[in-house]
Design a binder for this molecule. Structure first.
Ligand code: WT7
Length: 683
C-alpha cells in the first residue's frame, strides 16, 4: 500500500485469507464473468437459475425487455412462464436437502439477556402455521399484506408466510409514524396487517400497536378498512431495560415481564400466538409465475408522495442470492450479521432473502449500536464469531466517535468481510473500519445500490477487487454502467456525470405499484434507453466508480432517503407557515441533515414553541429520523422570475458559504444577503 494524499491513490489489495477461497478470486475472473453477464445474460443467469427450484424444471422465456421509452412502454421480464416460490427456495429446499437443523438466525434482543435461535426446520413450520392462518382468513395470491414489526423472528416468518401463499408483502419500517403507515396501507390497498405490540429501542419504548391503531383509523377515513390485525405480544417476553430500574427503591434489577398496556379491538385484532399455534405446520406452497409480484416497498419520491417499488419473484430471487454469495464471498460455516432493519430494502435482500436463499446462518439484531454500551456490535461479533458484517457509514461514524477502545474490548478477529451501504462512505470512516474493526485483514465492500435495484449494483468483490477508500469500485454481474452528461452524451474514460444503466438485470424493479406511468417518468424519461439512478458518479483514471450522491431533490439522512418536497409539505401543514424550502446540509455523523427555511403567514411570530411544532409535524408526518436540525425564519425565498426556488443558493447559506454563484436571475437578489445575515445561532 502506498500512502498518498488522495483516496484515489490509496489501493488495498484483497486480503489473502479472503482471496484463498473466493468465489471470484481475481480481476481477470471478474472481468470475464462480467463480460459474459452483459453479452449473454441468458447464458449467465440460466446457469445460476439451475441452483434453484423451478416447478417442473421449467425455466420460461428467459429475458425480454424494452428500455427505450421512445419505442413504447417500458417493461422488463425474466423467466416469464416459469413457476417458482421464493419461500420454498429459502426454506423447503434446504430442509429437504437434510439441512433442517442448521441455524437460520441467532436472535439478539435489545437487551443482551434476550437471546435465542431458530433453525431452518423450525422456521419452515412456523411459516406454514402463519400461512395456513392467513389462508383461513381469506388471504389469497395477489393480496397485499402490510407488516409493521420490530426486528424479531416473527417479522421474517410473516414475510415468508405471505410469500408462500403468493400474497404481496408491504413492510413498513417500525420507525415510521402513523401517517406514513396509513399512506402505505392505503396506496397498497392492504386489508390485513401483521404487527407487534411494541419494542424497546435502547431505553426508548415504541408503542407499535398504538401507532398501528391510529393508522388504521386514518385508513378507515380514507376508505380503506383493515379487517385483520395479527399482533405479536412481544413486550411480555422481553427484558425491561435495566437502566430504567432503580434498585434502591425496591424494583428488581431486571424485570422480565413488563405490563405493556394495549387496547384491543376484538373485531380486528387477533393474538399472533393464539391464532397461529393451532394451525397445521404443513402448508403447500403456491407456485407463482417468475414475473408475479413478490413485494412492494415504499421509497421517497421527488414529488413528496412515496412510490411503491414493485419487485417480482424470479428475478429478485436470483439477484438477491447471487449478490449475497459474491459480494460477501459467502461460504457454509460463515456467520453473517447485517445490522439493517428489515423495514428497508437492505433488510429484505440481505437479512432475509439473500442469506436464506444461500442457507446461511445470520444474526438478527433488534437493538441499537450504542445500547447498553457502545461496543454492542463488537460484543455480538465476538459472541457468534461473525465472519461477514454489513452496516451503514452513519453507524461507523457514530461508533468512531468513541475511539478504538470499545472495539478492542472484544475479540473481532473472526471478521473477514466488512460491508457498508446506504450513502457514500468518507475515506476516514472507511480507513477506521478497515484498520480498527477489520484489523487490516478484512475486505471492505462499499456496496452501492437502491430500493429500486433489488440488490448490489456497484460493489467490490472481496477476493478479487483491489479497493480504494470511498469508491464502490466496479459494476456487479449484469450491470452495464454508463456516465452521461446533461445532453445525454456518454462520458468515456475519466469524468463525472449522471449514473445510468444500459440494460436490465434480474433484480430490478418492474413498476411503481399502481402507477406504471410514474415508473417510466422517474427512471426512463430523462435519458431514453437507460435506467437513471438519480445519483451522480465519477470514473477515475483506473476505471473506479465514485458515487457522489443524489442529483435530484433527495437527501440522505443516516442512510434514509428523503425528498425535500416531502419535508416541505409537512412543514406547510403547520398553520402559521406560508412556505417552506428544505435543503441538505452535510453532517459529520448523519452524512446529511435537513436545513429548512420557512416563511410565516402575515403577523405570525417565529417562537420557540412554533419551532417545536414544526419539528413535531415532520416527526409525525414522516418519522423521527426526518426531524430538521435547522429551521430558519425566511422573510422571503430566493426565487427565479418564474417562481422556482434556487436551491443551490439555499444550500450555500445552510453551510455559511458566501460563494453564491450567479444570482442575477433571481426576482429579488437582496433576499440572499438577508438570509445569510440571519442564519440561526446554532448553524
Ligand atoms: C440511495 C438509495 C440500497 C440500500 C440502502 C438505501 C445512496 C446507497 C450507497 C453507496 C453511495 C449510496 C444513493 C442511492 N446510496 N448506497 N454505497 N455509496 N451512495 O436504499 O433508500 O433506496 O437509497 O442511497 O444515493 O440512490 P435507498
Amino acid at each position: 500500500m502506498a500512502m498518498a494524499n488522495s483516496a484515489e491513490e490509496l489501493v488495498f489489495n484483497p486480503p489473502e485469507l479472503v482471496a484463498k477461497n473466493a468465489h471470484c478470486s481475481s480481476m481477470e475472473q471478474y472481468r470475464e464473468m462480467h463480460k459474459e453477464s452483459i453479452k449473454d445474460p441468458e447464458a449467465f443467469w440460466s446457469k445460476i437459475a439451475k441452483e434453484f427450484h423451478f416447478e417442473n424444471n421449467s425455466v420460461g422465456k428467459f429475458f425480454e425487455y424494452n428500455f427505450d421509452i421512445t419505442k413504447g412502454p417500458i417493461f422488463i421480464q425474466w423467466m416469464k412462464g416459469s413457476r417458482t416460490n421464493i419461500c420454498y427456495n429459502c426454506l423447503d429446499r434446504h430442509v429437504l436437502a437434510g439441512k433442517g437443523d442448521a441455524i437460520a438466525f441467532y436472535w439478539e434482543g435489545n437487551d443482551p439477556a434476550d437471546r435465542n435461535s431458530v433453525t431452518y426446520a423450525e422456521l419452515l413450520s412456523e411459516v406454514c402455521q402463519v400461512a395456513n392462518f392467513l389462508k383461513s382468513r381469506g388471504v389469497a395470491a395477489g393480496d397485499r399484506v402490510a407488516i409493521y414489526m420490530p426486528m424479531i423472528k416473527e417479522l421474517v416468518v410473516a414475510m415468508l408466510a405471505v410469500a408462500r401463499i403468493g400474497a404481496v408483502h408491504n413492510i413498513v419500517f417500525g420507525g415510521y409514524s402513523a401517517d406514513s403507515l396509513c399512506d402505505r396501507i392505503v396506496d397498497a390497498g392492504a386489508e390485513v396487517l401483521l404487527c407487534a405490540d411494541g419494542v424497546w429501542r435502547g431505553n426508548k419504548l415504541v408503542h407499535l400497536k398504538e401507532i398501528a391503531d391510529e393508522a388504521m383509523k386514518m385508513c378507515s377515513s380514507r376508505g380503506v378498512e383493515v379487517r385483520l390485525n395479527v399482533v405479536v405480544r412481544h413486550m411480555t417476553r422481553v427484558t425491561h431495560p435495566a437502566s430504567l430500574h432503580d434498585t434502591s427503591n425496591g424494583h428488581p434489577a431486571k424485570k422480565t415481564h413488563f405490563d405493556h398496556q394495549v387496547t384491543w379491538n376484538s373485531d380486528v385484532d387477533v393474538d399472533w400466538e393464539t391464532a397461529t399455534s393451532s394451525s397445521s405446520s404443513e402448508c403447500p406452497v403456491v407456485w407463482l409465475d417468475s414475473e408475479d409480484p413478490l413485494f412492494m416497498l415504499y421509497t421517497s419520491g421527488s414529488t413528496g408522495k412515496p412510490k411503491g417499488v414493485l419487485h417480482t419473484v424470479g428475478g429478485y430471487m436470483l439477484y438477491a442470492a447471487t449478490t449475497f454469495k459474491y459480494s460477501f464471498n459467502y461460504h457454509p460455516g460463515d456467520v453473517y450479521f447485517c445490522t439493517a432493519d428489515i423495514g428497508w430494502i437492505t433488510g429484505h435482500s440481505y437479512v432475509t432473502y439473500g442469506p436464506l436463499l444461500n442457507g446461511a446462518t445470520s444474526v438478527l439484531f433488534e437493538g441499537v449500536p450504542t445500547y447498553p454500551h457502545t461496543g454492542r456490535f463488537w460484543e455480538i461479533i465476538e459472541r457468534y464469531k461473525v465472519s461477514k458484517f454489513y452496516t451503514a457509514p452513519t453507524a461507523i461514524r457514530t461508533l468512531m466517535k468513541y475511539g478504538d477502545e470499545p472495539v478492542k474490548k472484544f475479540d473481532v478477529s473472526s471478521l473477514r468481510v466488512l460491508g457498508t451501504v446506504g450513502e457514500p462512505i468518507n475515506p476516514e470512516a472507511w480507513l477506521w473500519y478497515h484498520r480498527v474493526v477489520g484489523g487490516g485483514n478484512a475486505a471492505i465492500v462499499d456496496t452501492f445500490w437502491q430500493t429500486e435495484t433489488g440488490g448490489h449494483v456497484i460493489t467490490p468483490l472481496p477476493g478479487a477487487t483491489p479497493t480504494k477508500p470511498g469508491s464502490a469500485c466496479f459494476p456487479f454481474f449484469g450491470i452495464s454502467v454508463c456516465l452521461l452528461d446533461e445532453a445525454g452524451e456518454e462520458i468515456e474514460g475519466e469524468g463525472e456525470g449522471y449514473l445510468v444503466f444500459r440494460q436490465p438485470w434480474p433484480g430490478m424493479m418492474r413498476s411503481v405499484y399502481n402507477n406504471h406511468q410514474r415508473f417510466q417518468e422517474t427512471y426512463f424519461q430523462k435519458f431514453p434507453g437507460f435506467y437513471t439512478t438519480g445519483d451522480g458518479a465519477r470514473r477515475d483514471k483506473d476505471g473506479y466508480i465514485w458515487v457522489t450522491g443524489r442529483i435530484d431533490d433527495m437527501l440522505n439522512v443516516s442512510g434514509h432517503l428523503l425528498s425535500t418536497a416531502q419535508v416541505e409539505s409537512a412543514l406547510v401543514e403547520v398553520e402559521q407557515v406560508a412556505e417552506a424550502a428544505a435543503v441538505a446540509r452535510p453532517h459529520p455523523v448523519k452524512g446529511e441533515c435537513l436545513y429548512c427555511f420557512v416563511t410565516l403567514k402575515q403577523g405570525e411570530k417565529f417562537t420557540e414553541e412554533l419551532v417545536a411544532d414544526m419539528k413535531n409535524k415532520v416527526r409525525s408526518k414522516i418519522g423521527p429520523f426526518a426531524q430538521p436540525d435547522y429551521l430558519q425564519l425566511a422573510p422571503g425565498l430566493p426565487k427565479t422570475r418564474s417562481g422556482k426556488i434556487m436551491r443551490r443558493v439555499l444550500r450555500k447559506i445552510a453551510v455559511g458559504d458566501r460563494d453564491f454563484g450567479d444570482i442575477t436571475t433571481l426576482a429579488d437578489p437582496t433576499v440572499v444577503e438577508l438570509l445569510f445575515e440571519n442564519r440561526p445561532a446554532n448553524a
